[in-house]
Design a protein around this ligand. Sequence first.
Ligand code: PLP
Length: 353
Amino acid sequence: MTSINSELVIDPKIFRDNISFLKNKLNNSSKFMAVIKSDAYGHHLEHIVKDIEDLSDGFGVVRIDEALKIRELSNKKILLMQGVYSKEDLDISIQNKFDLVVHNLDQFQIIKEGNHYEGLWLKINTGMNRLGFGIDEFLKIYEEYLFDKKFTLMSHLASSNDTSNPSNENQFKIFEDISSRLHNSIERSIANTGCIMNYSNKTFDWARCGIGIYGGYIGNHDLKTAMTLRSPIVNIRNINKGDQVGYDGRAVAKKDMKIASVYLGYADGLPVNVKDGTSVMINNEIASVFGKVSMDLTTIDVSNIAKCSVGDWCEFFSPELPITNIASSNDLISYYLMTSVKSRVKKIYKTLD
Ligand SMILES: *Cc1c(COP(=O)(O)O)cnc(C)c1O
């Protein structure tokens, strides 16, 4: 007996195409760090390391267990983008030659006590107010401990995808002002995907690129969605004008309709509040969500789909149906959708024909 399942199909060729496109935008001397935190934004860490190792100058993650998995596969630079929070993790990092972000005084204390000044990325707060040293605080440690050390000055942009937001210029200005006051063998890194796309002259020494690799960057059609989330239709029924579909009767038929029920729900990672009218794809035609997403099922209006039967795939996003569509039409972000897919969805790593 074979059982049916929803599938998350991940296409390694698309990562490679996306990376080539992104690298072409970098300043000549900028290196490319592939950000693969959180299981490569849900795309399977170990697979992606093997597939993009030759195209990347380094890898960025947050958790030390992920860094250890990468170290088994690659000798390239691995950055712990939140640094370490204990002496034990510092020791593991030194043994495995991890680069470390240092973002506050508590972390700097651990570094100082370990007398470990190799591969440090000093993070300053330029306006996001999440992590990073205050400017004066940073200059103080610099003058006392770092004036003769090599390190990377780092910061993170809050709104790099929105060029109308003046915060970008403010953050660049603070970043460049500070770096002009430091000795000139430091490296610099502020760019994420949005910065590569919108401010490609600010990629400095290291671009730290995540969402662009996976094709989730909004507003660009050259970057393709690398994951396909698809699920089989398990039932099709006709309903009459005035009938309600799904929980709370959210969707009410304005005419006679044909409704397909698909084997995927919020317990698979599709957000419960996905709206009626959200586009999906069945047999290369666009259909739309009709009714509230249930735990194990989603109902789709297939009235206008010429040919559709039980067993056909319904795709929620794919290289042909960008993940940014479902994200923007539901006030979500693609990062969230990518990292929400649950383990009961079968993950398959291959290029679909
Ligand atoms: C996640 C992350 C990135 C990557 O950002 P994208 O928008 O996905 O390109 C870069 N830098 C840091 C510190 C991050 O945490």
